[in-house]
Design a protein around this ligand. Structure first.
Ligand SMILES: *Cc1c(COP(=O)(O)O)cnc(C)c1O
Length: 377
């Protein structure tokens, strides 16, 4: 090892990944406790169905879901959900806010659908945000789509409906759900995956859907054959809804992921719910950005303070410091995954500050970075 960080500077837990993210020891204990009664048993029988039911009810409580909103889930992660939404929720044309990799990927999904008009893509440079707009009069949109938190850049927005628009509001909350404030009445589909705030493994998508979104999917799928649209069963929103209402998934889920997810939802609720987790991540973010602002060689990548993510922080380092070497040295010392998003290509550190992460560990991370920067030079 090129450089040893003194033990008293190191975080107690060195996992700062933006997803997969730190799994709490309590979740691993929940897995052990699930043991032979749940793991390795049928997802069509009561124990696994009860687990799914616990997750659905817990999420509705955590997000204070308005009347009529339903928690739907399926296999394939948020990436699969983009195709579900393309196949079942966009009627004619979508509008996308694209200010990083993930927003742009959903836009690419609707752009590729032969049965939809080309989407309206509202782009902004990485590090800033694009905001949704009223539907263009000459070529209207029926879906407005935005990331809640753009994990690739560390920029966040507050999801709000577009004034005067009847379009559905689809919010990719994969890395924000459970730790950023949200009013679900401002959204029609608030979707995410379990490997970020919920600290489980990947592979599932979860969506809190409004009555309007459910009605849209029912109408689009019912008319699919007549309109020449192909909706594969795996991508059918109404099929996922029917299964979810029975606390099931269309095909076999990863049961261990369900166990860890359920444990994290219960943990968040027991700690004080969304208000608690929002505050905890915000405390971590204040530590990280405050540290960067106090260093001549570190700068928060997102210039506008209100758009600086409180769950995934991005810090540019001065060109005289090799961020790749810093990240590598940290990893050798048991501090993991603070590399920037691979395609962003910046001299940067990116830090997951999800509620499972102790703010004291973020503080220790900053001390560790100080030490590495000073001693690598
Ligand atoms: C991680 C992430 C995704 C991709 O999630 P998968 O479950 O890996 O498909 C999509 N959107 C955002 C904002 C993310 O952070």
């Amino acid at each position: 090892m090129a450089l040893t960080i003194p033990a008293h500077l190191l975080p107690a837990d060195g996992r700062f990944g933006a997803g997969p993210s730190k799994v709490r020891p309590g979740q691993v204990e929940a897995l052990a406790a699930a043991g032979a009664a749940v793991l390795g048993t049928s997802h069509r029988q009561p124990p696994v169905k009860q687990l799914v039911g616990r997750i659905r009810a817990g999420l509705a409580t955590l997000f204070d879901a308005p009347d009529g909103y339903e928690v739907v889930l399926g296999n394939g992660g948020s990436t699969a959900f983009w195709d579900v939404a393309t196949a079942c929720l966009v009627e004619r044309r979508a509008q996308h806010a694209a200010f990083g990799e993930f927003g742009a990927k959903f836009a690419a999904s609707t752009a590729g659908a032969p049965f939809l008009r080309a989407p309206q893509v509202l782009s902004a440079d990485a590090g800033s945000v694009a905001l949704l707009e009223p539907s263009p009069k000459d070529d209207p949109v029926d879906v407005h789509a935005t990331p809640h938190n753009e994990t690739s850049t560390g920029a966040m927005v507050t999801p709000v409906r577009v004034p005067g628009s009847t379009g559905l509001m689809l919010v990719d909350a994969t890395s924000g759900a459970g730790a950023l404030p949200v009013d679900l009445a401002e959204t029609d589909v608030y979707y995410f995956a379990p490997q970020k705030v919920f600290a489980a493994d990947g592979g599932l998508w979860l969506a809190v859907a409004s009555p309007a979104a459910i009605e849209r999917a029912e109408r689009v799928e019912a008319g699919a054959a007549a309109s020449g649209r192909w909706v594969p069963e795996f991508l059918s929103f109404t099929t996922a809804l029917t299964n979810s209402r029975a606390d099931q998934t269309l095909n076999t889920p990863a049961v261990a992921t369900l166990v860890m997810l359920a444990d994290q939802v219960d943990w968040l609720l027991a700690q004080g719910g969304l208000a608690w987790s929002v505050a905890r991540s915000r405390t971590s973010a204040e530590i990280l950005y405050g540290w960067a602002e106090a260093r001549a060689w570190a700068t928060p990548f997102v210039a506008e303070k209100e758009h600086r993510s409180t769950v995934v922080g991005t810090i540019d380092l001065d060109a005289s410091i090799d961020a790749t070497a810093v990240v590598k040295t940290l990893r050798e010392n048991g501090v993991y995954d603070v590399f920037p998003y691979r395609k962003l290509g910046r001299n940067q550190l990116r830090v997951g500050m999800f509620p499972a992460v102790d703010p004291a560990d973020v503080e220790a991370l900053t001390q560790s970075v100080d030490y590495v920067v000073e001693h690598l030079a």
